[in-house]
Design a binder for this molecule. Structure first.
Ligand SMILES: [Zn+2]
Length: 485
């Protein structure tokens, strides 16, 4: 007997303890080498967890999700997203990190001046909440079931609580990154970490966990304290590393052991553009992790994404979206940017080994030439690597019995995908967020057949627009749909 449920609806009470359903008949790409890939298989979910993955699962009285024609994949993981900036979406579509005084439309407006030193100062707790919630739901809709919110908006404990509440209310797995705010009177970074931990993170088995922000450019007094608190509280430490933002010298200090803090496997460094070889070797030897935001690094002048350096050192990145002020935050954009950027460099490297005169137009790569990235590489970056870098690989990042059921169903029958000839190929080279049909977080169905569940998006959009209006007014900026470009 199958469980009764609303016609065409998701399994009832999905995610509740003891509730079981089978995701039946999909092409399963587990991202776990011990589980493997299946042209057709079933996934049994009980409560919040994956119980079994194999063809032809019999499960009496379990609900069912028909996954025929669908790809079943672990949810995507984004290891660096500034969720509070949703109100400024596309405001900096041309924008650079900083003003280079070229007078170009890329120099003004720019990120440093207009976002961090501008809009961010005008955020009230309610702005933080609706911006983070809306941006988070958008990513959930795109199949990103886990995020590190690099939250830099902690002007007061009320701002902090609003940011965390938004992550909780989004209903996806999140690491709340406690970074600094603008440092006004009443701000409590980094000391507020103790209160935050006690109020929100006393239990470690919830969907939302905590990561400490430990920016080295804040000065020795601040970062040594932040890193010490993080290690006392057993939190991972995330920090930006951007040569073009002036951070190379302090990272050289870190590599030389003169920065007053020790790099370790609990460090996640973001971007790593323009860093010295010595810094790279030190970080690799210490087991530190790296998150790359390929599209943002390429367009905002962080520097060339250091994917060749990572691979040379035997390291692997996770992927991050960074800012929707400048680029979409869906995983397909991230994977395709990573792959095309790396292959552009390596392909040209190989062509340069010849002379473009036949037969020298198509050289055999010389020994030592880097390997081209493949679709499986970038899928790994976008799933399990992100989970590892956030310390969540025991719970998510692969489809593995015993892990939590963070699962996306991707429609391979769609106009932009059919006929399905390669599962990893179709995901990376063809799909986009319109193919993300169903999204499951810890067993609970959050998106069903193309529609997010349990949210009033029209109301949230109005609240976000009201927040946007406040922020533009506070900045004394006229809203103009054709300006800033
Ligand atoms: Zn960032």
């Amino acid at each position: 007997m199958t469980e009764r449920r609303a016609e065409g609806g998701p399994p009832e009470d999905s995610g509740r303890p003891g509730r079981r359903y089978v995701i039946r008949g999909g092409a399963v790409m587990s991202m776990d080498p011990n589980v493997g890939d299946f042209a057709t298989a079933d996934v049994l979910v009980e409560g919040g967890k994956i119980v079994e993955i194999r063809p032809d699962i019999r499960a009496e009285s379990a609900g069912e999700i028909d996954a025929r024609g669908r790809v079943v994949l672990p949810g995507f993981v984004d290891t660096h997203h500034h969720l509070f900036e949703t109100a400024e979406r596309a405001f900096l579509a041309n924008g650079l990190l900083l003003d280079d005084h070229s007078g170009s439309p890329s120099a003004q407006p720019n990120y440093g001046e207009h976002i961090l030193q501008g809009f961010a100062r005008a955020y009230r707790p309610a702005d933080v909440y609706v911006n983070s919630l809306f941006g988070g739901l958008s990513q959930l809709d795109a199949g990103v079931t886990t995020v590190l919110d690099v939250s830099q908006i902690h002007h007061s404990p009320e701002h902090t609580d609003a940011a965390i509440q938004a992550l909780v209310d989004t209903g996806r797995r999140s690491a709340f990154g406690f970074f600094e705010g603008d440092g006004r009177t009443g701000a409590r970074y980094p000391e507020d970490a103790y209160r935050i931990r006690d109020r929100w993170f006393s239990s470690n088995d919830r969907l939302v966990t905590m990561v400490m922000g430990g920016e080295l450019h804040l000065g020795r007094q601040v970062y040594t304290r932040a890193w010490a608190i993080a290690r006392e509280l057993d939190l991972k430490i995330a920090a930006h590393a951007v040569g073009s933002w002036g951070m190379r010298p302090v990272f050289d200090d870190l590599a030389q052991g003169t920065a007053g803090v020790e790099v370790g496997p609990d460090n996640l460094f973001i971007h790593m553009t323009g860093m010295s070889d010595r810094t790279w070797r030190r970080l690799r030897d210490a087991g530190a992790q790296v998150s790359l935001a390929f599209p943002i690094e390429m367009t905002m002048r962080h520097g060339t994404p250091p994917i060749l350096k990572l691979r040379e050192l035997g390291m692997e990145p996770s992927l991050s979206s960074d800012v929707e002020t400048t680029m979409a935050a869906d995983p397909f954009t991230l994977m395709r940017s990573a792959m095309t950027m790396q292959r552009m460099i390596v392909n040209q490297m190989i062509l340069d080994q010849g002379d473009l005169v036949p037969p020298g137009n198509w050289p055999t790569p010389a020994p030592g030439t880097p390997e081209l990235l493949t679709v499986r590489d970038v899928l790994r970056y976008a799933t399990i690597n992100g989970a590892k870098h956030l310390g969540l690989d025991g719970r998510t990042g692969t489809l593995t019995p015993g892990k939590e059921a963070d699962i996306v169903l991707l429609d391979a029958t769609a106009l932009n995908v059919a006929p399905l000839n390669s599962v990893p190929g179709a995901i990376v080279s063809l799909m986009d967020r319109t193919n993300v049909e169903t999204v499951i977080v810890a067993g609970k169905v959050r998106k069903w057949k193309g529609r997010l569940l349990d949210v009033d998006l029209a109301r949230l959009r109005r609240e976000l627009e009201t927040s946007r209006d406040h922020l533009f007014a506070a900045m004394n900026l006229k809203q103009d749909l054709f300006a800033w470009s």
